[in-house]
Design a protein around this ligand. Structure first.
Ligand SMILES: NC(=O)C1=CN([C@@H]2O[C@H](COP(=O)(O)OP(=O)(O)OC[C@H]3O[C@@H](n4cnc5c(N)ncnc54)[C@H](OP(=O)(O)O)[C@@H]3O)[C@@H](O)[C@H]2O)C=CC1
Ligand SMILES: O=C(O)C1=N[C@H](C(=O)O)C[C@H](O)C1
Length: 233
């Protein structure tokens, strides 16, 4: 595939190295999409900044270029992106976390929330840890996890950063040097603790998932998730 990288920071560079190893060609790498031409690309992969993501996605859909987006912090415009994709008969996939392990972790979280839903003894504690350059907090992955808990656990109706409020999934966001991404969900009672945790050892897992998603999406039309890519039901 000929790939355009929209955002050539830590993730853009990791994707470039892995995509070349898998036999793909990078035809565009940019940190400013305003002047760039997508016509040579089979597909675009956006790992940029929250303020740029929706414009980058729109530009791809208007240009009939399939788009894989991993940028977090722009989801107030997600429904607009979905509508544009449908209008243009385009191809679009977004994931707050492209790693194959986190895609499975999302399913574990959902199942655990359902199983815990009637157990009033337990309170939840959601923690994410990332590197100090991260612009957004909480992480997109933590928000996806919290929203799934809210959808599947009868007690919880909202999420907030560092909250003691009733019915609230409290998220703690820590920033430490060189942490690629750790997410942990704890259910704590007076007598025990049950926890699930995903630890990324590097950015390669995110990059691999985004490339696998691009390889899968390139000849399709529609709006998809990583569950579609990995055929998880
Ligand atoms: N879904 C997933 O699996 C993952 C998602 N992410 C998310 O991906 C995003 C990028 O992460 P990361 O690579 O670590 O961040 P970086 O800050 O290393 O890279 C972001 C890059 O985007 C560039 N940029 C700024 N404006 C634009 C624009 N208009 N068009 C294209 N690029 C632009 C920045 O350039 P400049 O420095 O010049 O401003 C920078 O090089 C974040 O939102 C992060 O949360 C990260 C890892 C995994
Ligand atoms: O910014 C990052 O680095 C990461 N961002 C994503 C998020 O916000 O969830 C995914 C991953 O945890 C790394």
């Amino acid at each position: 595939m000929k790939i355009a990288l929209l955002g050539y920071g830590k993730m853009g560079k990791t994707i470039e190295a892995l995509a070349i190893k898998r036999g793909h060609t990078i035809v565009l790498k940019c940190d400013d999409t305003s002047e760039n031409d997508l016509k040579n690309a089979d597909i675009a992969i956006d790992f940029s900044i929250p303020e740029a993501a929706f414009n980058n996605i729109s530009k791809c859909l208007n240009n009939n270029t399939p788009i894989v987006s991993g940028t977090t912090g722009w989801l107030d415009k997600y429904n607009d992106a979905v509508a544009l994709c449908k209008d243009k008969d385009g191809a679009f996939i977004y994931a707050s976390n492209f790693s194959l392990g986190v895609t499975i972790f999302f399913e574990l979280n959902k199942t655990l929330a359902k199983m815990m839903s009637n157990l009033k003894e337990y309170t939840i504690d959601l923690e994410e840890i990332h590197h100090t350059q991260k612009l957004d907090a909480p992480s997109g992955t933590a928000i996806t996890l919290a929203e799934s808990i809210i959808d599947n656990h009868q007690k919880y109706t909202q999420w907030k950063l560092d909250s003691n409020a009733e019915n609230t999934v409290s998220i703690s966001a820590k920033r430490l040097d060189n942490v690629p991404g750790t997410h942990r969900i704890k259910y704590v009672s007076a007598v025990d603790t049950l926890e699930i945790k995903h630890t990324a050892h590097s950015r390669e897992g995110f990059a691999l998932g985004a490339i696998v998603a691009a390889e899968w999406l390139v000849d399709k039309t529609g709006v998809f998730t990583m569950k579609d890519v990995l055929n998880i039901r």
